[in-house]
Design a binder for this molecule. Structure first.
Ligand SMILES: O=P(O)(O)OC[C@H]1O[C@H](O[C@H]2O[C@H](CO)[C@@H](O)[C@H](O)[C@H]2O)[C@H](O)[C@@H](O)[C@@H]1O
Length: 399
């Protein structure tokens, strides 16, 4: 296993062609809508090896990354959902951390005065940003209030969801047709393309959506589909005896969740994944919140997806665009980095604990994300009134 693959940085694709004969499993066996497939799923039998030496995952840093991959939390029941709370002793550290990553709510005036001179484009991660982190990924629902806030934002500004989940799954969870969607960490983008027909690239695909409308897709990891299916099945098979483990197929990537696995079994699950990946040098591993993410080794991530969408929306090389990206996870750092490097937007990290980040601002949790989105809507309403474009109350979704 290439140790560099644990660092989460994009690595350029190698030029080795996929050995399709090695794959052996037809992708139609596992459609992408099967995200959330658990260990109990029936799969063709794949010989299961015992995990290799557990030392591998200790020495390459996987275990440390797994242990630190999500903040500690106390669970309380609120609106039928779990919310995260910060332990008291971390509060002081958090307050001083906010000097480096100021609250986007406290600094809303700074943001709005810049936004007023530019075209705002809003990018939103899903899990941990629009929906609170919960134990069961299949029950990570966003509240109706949050959905309303996102819908109202999209009435004023181009708005995109960029998620590690499959595009179909995140669309099903968000349920708003007026947004742009990028699934599989940006490797599956639905986008408005004026010039797509002229693009001579196999990654561009014309398709139809559920309403039968023509849509444009950009899928830079298309060739990896059979490989991801194959690895997904191996992951399901190898981890099915580990209580609490869950494997998801996100079409262009796969996830192995260990949030509900006894920490004593984390080294075992890590070693299983490590052993499987040894046979797939064209796949790499990144760490999410109590989840191991397996994805193609291509130079594509959420940051590239942001650049791609800005270009598709006609904002490339625009000085007057202000992209705002809100996310909570390590994979969102790729997008924060792009905004920071280009120095033309704001990354906003959602975190209730101190974390190193490339974001500019912070928000504590999903309820602050909702407040922030509602503030953007109010700002747009005030501006519309000032310019004599008073929106009718019926233009907005309210209670
Ligand atoms: O990019 P995102 O939209 O943030 O997706 C990242 C991963 O989110 C999901 O897992 C996370 O949220 C779950 C539900 O709250 C939680 O149980 C899990 O521990 C978190 O890692 C999703 O299930 C993953 O497949 C995504 O990659």
């Amino acid at each position: 296993m290439d140790m560099k693959s644990t660092k989460g940085s994009p690595i350029l694709a190698d030029s080795v062609p996929i050995n399709k004969s090695r794959l052996g499993i037809h992708s139609s066996l596992l459609p992408c809508s099967q995200s959330g497939t658990s260990f109990t799923t029936a799969v063709p039998s794949i010989p299961r090896k015992k995990p290799g030496k557990l030392d591998d995952v200790c020495s390459n840093g996987w275990l440390d990354a797994m242990k630190s991959s999500s903040p500690p939390r106390k669970k309380v029941l609120k609106d039928f959902n779990f919310v995260e709370l910060v332990p008291d002793d971390a509060e002081a550290a958090y307050e001083s951390w906010k000097i480096r990553y100021p609250s986007a709510l406290n600094c809303f005036q700074t943001i709005s005065s810049r936004a007023r001179k530019r075209k705002l484009v809003v990018f939103l991660d899903y899990d941990g940003t629009l929906s609170p982190i919960v134990d069961d990924p299949d029950r990570a629902f966003m509240s109706n209030d949050m959905r309303r806030a996102v819908r109202n934002v999209a009435k004023h500004f181009p708005t995109a969801i960029i998620s590690g989940r499959s595009r179909d799954k995140v669309y099903e969870l968000v349920g708003l047709t007026e947004l742009y969607y990028a699934g599989s960490h940006g490797m599956d983008i639905i986008f408005p393309a004026k010039d797509m027909v002229s693009r001579n690239d196999l990654n561009y695909v014309k398709s139809t959506n559920k309403e039968g409308k023509e849509v444009n897709l950009f899928q830079p990891a298309r060739e990896f589909l059979p490989m991801i299916d194959e690895v997904f099945m191996k992951l399901v098979e190898t981890s099915k005896d580990i209580p609490g483990a869950k494997v998801e197929n996100h079409k262009f990537c796969a996830s192995v969740h260990y949030r509900n696995v006894d920490p004593d079994s984390w080294p075992v699950i890590a070693q299983y994944v490590h052993d499987i990946l040894k046979d797939y040098p064209r796949l790499r591993l990144t760490h999410g919140r109590k989840v191991l993410e397996i994805r193609p080794v291509i130079n594509w991530d959420k940051g590239k997806a942001v650049e791609f969408l800005l270009e598709s929306l006609g904002f490339s090389n625009c000085d007057d665009v202000l992209p705002i990206y809100i996310g909570d996870d390590r994979t969102d750092e790729d997008a924060f980095k792009v905004l920071k490097k280009k120095n033309y937007g704001y990354g906003i990290l959602v975190s209730a604990v101190t974390k190193e980040s490339n974001a500019f601002f912070s928000l504590k949790d999903t309820s602050e994300v909702q407040d922030f989105l509602e503030s953007l809507v109010k700002m747009a309403q005030v501006d519309a009134r000032k310019h004599g474009r008073s929106p009718k109350p019926s233009d907005y979704d309210t209670d």
